[in-house]
Design a binder for this molecule. Structure first.
Ligand SMILES: Nc1ncnc2c1ncn2[C@@H]1O[C@H](COP(=O)(O)OP(=O)(O)OP(=O)(O)O)[C@@H](O)[C@H]1O
Length: 270
């Protein structure tokens, strides 16, 4: 067990005894792309086993913030992220932290479904096998469990060797969710996971999210206020690189404290 994993598991035991656990929080998180600061010091916390929606106009910094949480911004050459991202008592924004280890604990589902050009089964087993898991029975169990958690099992259980690319867009996205949870993350980041999908597939993904939150903490970027209202417990409103207001979703949508939030929610936005 490396040092980070050790710290994580000690802290999990400690957290399990608490009622309102904070799964992750950021403190004064700033992101610069070259010389331009796109995120101006965001401090925000995420409650465990809850869904938090990040809303705001295009360009307000939602995706930049989300991508920072599992160090995806490291892949952008001129992006610089400063401030703290505290996960299980570890500042995972520290350069000393192994980003691959971070991404095992904090998984991501992207806007467009991006299954591998492999079979449905291999989409789930590929990364596990690369990590050294070759027990066929164990792998089969993980395939079944994760596809069930992603509400896809009944539709694909007889076609596990079929190409993932033959699935519909909504099914592909649920496969990507199954692939992400096969790594047994603690937190799932979702960047507009239903924006490329039709209303029925969107409803399926939203139902899946309600099941998933029994086991995972979910942070979702969405452009759809209806979706934020339907799926999330908490909402954070972003504007021009700042986090303006955070509260329970029902409060944000019925009586926000800040006029700018009210203007955005009611569609009166300049
Ligand atoms: N790779 C990048 N290089 C340079 N600037 C970027 C990059 N990614 C985002 N930005 C800038 O950072 C700011 C925030 O963008 P971001 O994509 O985080 O906003 P957003 O709220 O997620 O928008 P959208 O809802 O349209 O996805 C914008 O001004 C954008 O132009």
């Amino acid at each position: 067990m490396n040092k980070l994993t050790e710290k994580f598991s000690t802290f999990t035991r400690h957290l399990d005894e608490q009622e309102h656990e904070i799964a992750l929080f950021t403190n004064d998180l700033r992101v610069r792309y070259g010389t331009k600061e796109a995120l101006h010091g965001v401090s925000l916390q995420f409650e465990r086993y809850k869904i938090t929606a990040l809303i705001g106009a295009s360009g307000s910094g939602k995706s930049t913030y989300l991508r920072s949480l599992n160090r995806m911004n490291d892949t952008i050459a001129d992006a610089r992220v400063t401030g703290q991202i505290k996960y299980r008592n570890v500042d995972i924004n520290s350069p000393a932290v192994d980003v691959y280890e971070v991404r095992k604990h904090i998984g991501m589902v992207f806007q467009r479904p991006n299954p591998f050009a492999k079979s449905i089964r291999e989409n789930i087993t590929f990364a596990l096998e690369r990590r050294g898991l070759h027990d066929r029975q164990k792998l089969a169990e993980i395939v079944e469990t994760t596809l069930k958690q992603a509400s896809l099992w009944d539709q694909v259980k007889d076609d596990l060797n079929k190409s993932a690319l033959a699935l519909s867009g909504g099914q592909q996205q649920r496969l990507c969710i199954a692939r992400a949870i096969a790594m047994q993350p603690d937190i799932l980041l979702m960047d507009e996971p239903a924006s490329a999908l039709d209303p029925i597939s969107t409803a399926n993904i939203e139902n899946t999210m309600q099941e998933l939150k029994k086991h995972y903490t979910i942070i979702i970027v969405t452009h759809s206020m209806q979706q934020a209202g339907r799926v999330s417990d908490y909402t954070a409103f972003f504007h021009l690189g700042q986090m303006i207001e955070y509260d329970e979703t029902r409060k944000i949508f019925t009586r926000p404290k800040i006029q700018l939030t009210e203007d955005y929610i009611s569609g009166h936005f300049g």
